[in-house]
Write a protein that binds this ligand. Structure first.
Ligand SMILES: [Zn+2]
Length: 114
């Protein structure tokens, strides 16, 4: 698996599996809860923020749904992997691409409830 060889140096198992799970998709989807400020990634089971106002889950590798007063955020997978691979020892951090996903997005859909 190409991703395995590209990131096999990563010691953080949870993060490693996050990237493997996202293989084939160019984005990691996250939610920012406007109520409590938590920013969290999604899974195939519903995950919620600390206050419970927002939550979401993946339906498949591409599609995800969320509920609540949240800002959907995307991180460009390749950009993050590249930044990890180029992590400096000190000084300035390595930038990667993240962005706010539009309100209307056909792959990250806001629902009243999940
Ligand atoms: Zn919250």
């Amino acid at each position: 698996m190409e991703y395995t060889t590209r990131i096999n140096w990563i010691n953080n198992t949870a993060f490693y599996f996050l990237l493997i799970k996202q293989e084939g998709e160019r984005l990691i989807k996250l939610l920012l809860c406007k109520n409590c400020g938590d920013i969290f990634n999604l899974d195939f089971i519903v995950k919620s923020c600390r206050c419970g106002v927002t939550g979401g889950k993946y339906l498949d590798q591409r599609l995800a749904e969320y509920f609540g007063d949240a800002i959907p955020i995307g991180i460009a997978n390749d950009s993050l992997i590249s930044a990890i691979n180029n992590q400096p020892y000190d000084g300035m951090g390595e930038l990667f691409k993240a962005f706010v996903i539009p309100v209307q997005c056909h792959t990250f859909i806001r629902k009243e409830d999940l």
